[in-house]
Design a protein around this ligand. Structure first.
Ligand SMILES: [Zn+2]
Length: 190
C-alpha cells in the first residue's frame, strides 16, 4: 500500500484550494483530517474528504492478551493491549481494555489500585470484545508479568509472593501471574 494515510490533525490542503468535506475540519484557512483514513481529493468539485478506516477488534471472548496498565482507578484498571499470546492474530493497535475490580483476583479486592499500577505488564483473558473490551485476570496464570518499583522504577522481583525492589528495599503487592519473573514474550506484537 503506497497510498498515504491521514491521521487526525494532519494538514491536507488550504481552504483556498479545496472545500472541507466529510472527515475533515477547517481552521485558520487550513483543512485538517478529523479522522484516520484515506484522503480523497475531488478535482472537479474542489473538495477534500477523508474516508475513515475503523480498526475493528480482532479479539474474541476467551483470547489471552498481553498489555500494559495505563492507569488505575478504584474500580478499574485500564490496559493497552499490545498482542495476543501464542497466536499469529493481529489486534488493533493500542486497543484499550478494562479490568473491573470484581474481575481482578479469585479473592475479593475492594480497590483495583491495590492490585495493579501504571506500567505493569499484564496477561488477561477477554471476557467481551465488543462494544467495549472487558478483561479478567481471575485465573492463577493471569495478572502481572513484570512490574516496576513505584519509587525507583526498576524491575521488581518476587520474594515469596511479594514484590521486592533490590534497589530501595521497597515491598509492593500485585495480582501476580503464576509465571511472574519467568515470562518471555511469546506473542505477536500488534
Ligand atoms: Zn525501588
Amino acid at each position: 500500500m503506497n497510498e498515504k494515510m491521514a491521521m487526525p490533525g494532519d494538514e491536507l490542503a488550504t481552504s483556498e484550494e479545496y472545500m472541507p468535506g466529510q472527515g475533515t475540519y477547517e481552521s485558520n484557512g487550513t483543512i485538517f483530517a478529523a479522522v484516520m483514513g484515506k484522503p480523497v481529493f475531488n478535482e472537479s468539485e474542489k473538495t477534500v474528504q477523508v474516508l475513515e478506516i475503523k480498526i475493528v477488534s480482532a479479539l474474541k471472548p476467551g483470547d489471552i492478551i498481553l498489555g500494559e496498565v495505563s492507569n488505575v482507578s478504584n474500580s478499574l484498571a485500564n490496559v493497552i493491549v499490545s498482542g495476543v499470546e501464542d497466536s499469529v492474530k493481529r489486534v488493533g493497535f493500542n486497543e484499550m481494555g478494562v479490568i473491573h475490580v470484581s474481575k481482578i483476583t479469585e479473592a475479593y479486592t475492594d480497590d483495583a489500585r491495590k492490585e495493579y499500577r501504571t506500567g505493569d505488564l499484564v496477561r488477561a483473558r477477554v471476557l467481551q470484545a465488543r462494544p467495549s473490551l472487558q478483561l479478567s485476570s481471575k485465573e492463577p496464570e493471569l495478572g502481572v508479568l513484570k512490574a516496576r518499583c513505584s519509587r525507583c522504577r526498576i524491575q521488581m522481583v518476587n520474594k515469596s509472593g511479594k514484590l521486592y525492589c533490590n534497589e530501595c528495599e521497597n515491598n509492593e503487592h500485585r495480582k501476580l501471574a503464576s509465571d511472574f519473573g519467568k515470562f518471555t514474550p511469546g506473542y505477536t506484537e500488534a
